[in-house]
Design a protein around this ligand. Structure first.
Ligand SMILES: [Zn+2]
Length: 230
């Protein structure tokens, strides 16, 4: 298949595209931190109970993310966007797509780079080794990480835009995500039902493989490179 024969591309990316930037998959992470599993910290309940603890953990994660660099897969997608309509809906919170130059990025799970004020919803950019828990720069109230936690719904406006992109595309690419996380995974089904070509890039068999027109069993960078430059 020739990726350049498609005019309107919608891409769903997950943790797999960032592993080559040395960011450990959130769900695949085995290591405990202070005897907590990520699932015990990334929840509204954990934050309500102990905001300092949750911020301390995020401060470590933010340092890892801010030191990481976009990899070839991020850059290839950014280049592709220069020549055609392309929308990226990402489950990642690391903003590596934007740092690689992608403009049209929908952050389904928010981003780890900002704090969000609990009072006025103002977003503040966080720096490496920021003082935590951070206060809002506008009203000095408490803030939370600007991410979607377990048990929270996706930002509706952003998700609606993702639905539109997958409804209207002629090529849907699903890269580095198992398709287990809903409702993002249903985007591939939606594109398929509207007649789009569904392409998956993943080293492993996933639920998306069943509906994909083509599954490339490879990591994101070499899978995309072969697809785009061959
Ligand atoms: Zn505020």
């Amino acid at each position: 298949m020739n990726v350049y024969s498609f005019k309107d591309i919608a891409v769903l990316t997950g943790a797999g595209i960032s592993t080559e930037s040395s960011i450990a998959s959130f769900r695949g992470q085995n290591g405990l931190w202070k005897n907590y599993r990520p699932e015990e910290l990334a929840t509204p309940q954990a934050f309500a109970k102990n905001p300092e603890l949750v911020w301390e953990w995020y401060a470590l994660r933010i340092n890892t993310v801010l030191k990481a660099k976009p990899n070839k897969a991020h850059y290839l997608l950014a280049d592709l966007e220069k020549t055609r309509k392309l929308t990226i809906a990402s489950q990642n919170v690391d903003q590596l797509h934007q740092r690689a130059g992608s403009k049209n990025v929908l952050e389904l799970h928010g981003n780890i780079s900002h704090s969000r004020c609990l009072q006025c919803a103002n977003l503040d950019k966080l720096k490496i080794d920021f003082k935590h828990p951070p206060k809002c720069s506008k009203c000095n109230e408490n803030t939370r990480p600007n991410v979607v936690w377990f048990g929270e719904s996706l930002p509706q406006n952003t998700f609606q835009k993702a639905i539109q992109a997958f409804q209207n595309c002629d090529l849907a690419m699903v890269i580095g995500t198992s398709g287990v996380v809903e409702p993002a995974a249903s985007l591939a089904n939606l594109a398929k039902s509207k007649g789009a070509f569904v392409l998956e890039i993943n080293p492993e068999l996933t639920p998306i493989s069943q509906i994909a027109n083509l599954s490339i069993r490879d990591i994101a960078s070499t899978g995309l490179d072969n697809l785009i430059n061959n």
